[in-house]
Design a protein around this ligand. Structure first.
Ligand code: NAD
Length: 248
């Protein structure tokens, strides 16, 4: 389904992004791991050891010039970009009164501006190819306020949800599909502190009808579908993979 598709994954050095890169490579995609964290080199080396094709590109998603460099290098080497996964993101949990303006800006710069800049950077190559699939990683926090202290994070993830739909409208004519993916609480470095705090964990699991955290690969499977031609009639969609959290 993904054989030889060239897919760029931001935040691919760790957590869910790392799982995405590994699974996409296993399914035959050529994967560009883009991250501020050099650990992306290790992910790429592991993929190569397992017979896959991957490249690490240092990227701060807030920086337009760095985006251009990553896209240029990818197109130069592989001639096209079939998929973009805007996955890099951060979480800052504070009630609004205590949240600093700097943290608000940081959340929006990485989660929202990063998604915009990434999409803007790959669109010319996708238009030229006559097809493309962009998957923006939102969250259940883009649909509901899932726990206290999440107002700013929710605002960024809600923005991603509707940016996705707007982009889908603008680029449908070019056969470029754009969907948002909304994971529930997944076991990654971002959520490590939830697991150490039984009160927080019970709060989350109490309304997750499968009664457990998700594993990164469970999200990668949904992502692989959205990137592949199997989802060819899906654009502007919001896809939840949340153990049923938003069902109740
Ligand atoms: P993580 O913290 O484990 O990994 C995030 C990755 O993004 C890291 O490799 C980090 O280096 C990279 N990154 C951070 N800032 C960056 C920047 N400016 N430029 C480039 N890379 C940057 O997080 P995760 O849990 O794997 O989350 C991945 C995505 O999924 C995020 O967008 C997050 O908001 C979203 N999400 C996570 C959960 C969850 O429960 N873990 C649930 C829903 C949505």
């Amino acid at each position: 389904m993904l054989k030889d598709k060239v897919v760029l994954v931001t935040g691919g050095a760790n957590g869910m992004g790392e799982a995405h890169c590994r699974l996409l490579a296993e399914r035959g995609a050529v994967v560009v791991v883009a991250d501020v964290n050099q650990r992306g080199e290790d992910v790429v080396a592991d993929i190569a050891r397992d017979g896959g094709i991957a490249r690490f590109r240092p990227l701060d998603v807030r920086d337009r010039r760095q985006w251009q460099a990553v896209v240029d290098a990818t197109v130069r080497e592989f001639e096209r970009i079939d998929g973009l996964v805007n996955n890099a993101g951060i979480l800052v949990r504070q009630p609004a009164e205590e949240l600093t303006v700097e943290d608000w800006d940081l959340l929006f710069d990485i989660n929202v501006k990063g998604t915009f800049l990434g999409s803007q950077a790959v669109l010319p190559a996708m238009k030229k190819a006559g097809s493309g699939s962009i998957v923006n990683i939102s969250s259940i926090s883009g649909l509901v306020a899932n726990m206290p202290g999440m107002s700013a994070y929710c605002a960024t993830k809600g923005a991603i949800r509707l940016f996705t739909k707007g982009l889908a409208v603008d680029y449908a004519a070019y056969n470029i599909r754009v969907n948002s993916l909304h994971p529930g609480t997944i076991r990654t470095p971002m959520t490590a502190d939830f697991e150490r705090d039984s009160e927080k964990l019970n709060l989350l699991l109490g309304t997750t009808i499968l009664r457990r955290l998700g594993e990164p690969r469970e999200i990668s499977e949904v992502l692989a579908f959205l990137l592949s031609d199997a989802s060819s009639f899906m654009t502007g969609s919001e896809v939840t993979a949340d153990g049923g959290f938003t069902a109740v």
